[in-house]
Design a protein around this ligand. Structure first.
Ligand code: NCD
Length: 298
């Protein structure tokens, strides 16, 4: 396997292999001489994803090159396919790509170059799903039967779409809780075990709640009445965070957090928040995925 474009490519044994590598990197540090040239192509904003890939690649002994979308020939209308053929001709070995367009990486799936999908539109974000599952495995030991709840902007979330597929492969149970306006009408809810409208009932059901950012940039009209109301009806208020803690439950968020919308400002890094642990694990999982692509060549 030379590309990770979708969670669908991963078997449970691939996942285990990636987790084992990540665990070793976390324990012993990331140190390798893979000696590749990688382009970081981020056609959408990013802080943690881009920097964690960059750090991971550099520790693996690869050189990283930034592709700036604003000043690239894609602005002049060059397709992704032509851009990647150009980079391949220049001798680059791999690409980490984030794009606002669902499924755009299909264009380059047959090219002989390594690729990691760092998020395509509302479609997939496989490394974030791996980070979240790995973080849960560290806490709970095993994901089998674990009840994981996604709260919020299910409709526009690639983190949810990849997460659902990955967690089902690991035999976890997945629930959702969202206002009707943020629930998908397509088939992406296939495989969801529970569909809640009431956050209190949802939090009582789950072992861990993953709060999702309201993706305003993808919505062409406002889909929540007000941010204050949203926090009250679907957000993690201090009372709800306390409820989770009292019952030994945890909460997560892939970031970036809208404080006082998805989570009360004072609870973002509160006790039982796994948010910074997700960020920390991001570097190890991304290093593990790239190392995995090198070791599964051919
Ligand atoms: C997510 C993304 O870009 O999909 N962020 C991330 O990668 N950590 C989630 C988001 O933007 O809400």
């Amino acid at each position: 396997m030379d590309k990770l474009l979708s969670v669908e490519q991963l078997t449970p044994s691939h996942i285990e292999e990636i987790f084992n590598r990540a665990q070793t990197f976390k324990r012993k540090g990331i140190k390798k001489e893979l000696n590749g040239d990688w382009v970081l192509m981020f056609l959408e904003p990013s802080t943690r994803t881009r920097l964690s890939f960059e750090k991971a690649l550099q520790h693996l002994g690869c050189r990283t090159y930034l592709f700036s979308s604003e000043s690239s020939s894609m602005k002049k209308g060059e397709t992704l396919l032509d851009t990647v053929l150009t980079l391949k001709a220049q001798g680059f070995d791999g690409l980490v790509i984030r794009t606002p367009i669902n499924g755009q990486l299909e264009e380059i799936k047959d090219l002989d170059i390594k690729v990691v999908n760092a998020g395509d539109g509302t479609n997939e974000h496989p490394t974030q799903a791996l980070i979240d599952a790995f973080t849960l495995k560290e806490i709970f030991g095993n994901l089998e039967g674990l009840k994981i709840l996604y709260v919020g902007d299910i409709n526009f979330s690639r983190v949810f779409r990849s997460g659902l597929k990955l967690l089902k492969k690991l035999n976890a149970r997945v629930g959702i809780c969202a206002p009707r306006s943020l629930k998908p009408t397509d088939l992406s809810l296939l495989g969801v075990d529970k569909d809640f409208n009431n956050i209190e009932e949802a939090l009582a059901w789950c072992d861990v709640a993953i709060f999702l950012r309201i993706q305003k940039e993808r919505q062409n009209k406002p889909l929540i009445t007000s941010e204050r109301d949203y926090l009250k009806t679907f957000g993690l208020t201090p009372q709800r965070a306390q409820f989770l803690r009292n019952h030994g439950k945890f909460y997560m968020h892939p970031g970036p957090v809208n404080r006082n919308v998805e989570i009360s400002a004072q609870e973002v890094y509160g006790k039982n928040s796994l948010i910074l642990r997700q960020v920390e694990n991001g570097v190890f999982i991304r290093a593990a995925v790239i190392d995995f692509l090198y070791s599964n060549e051919g």
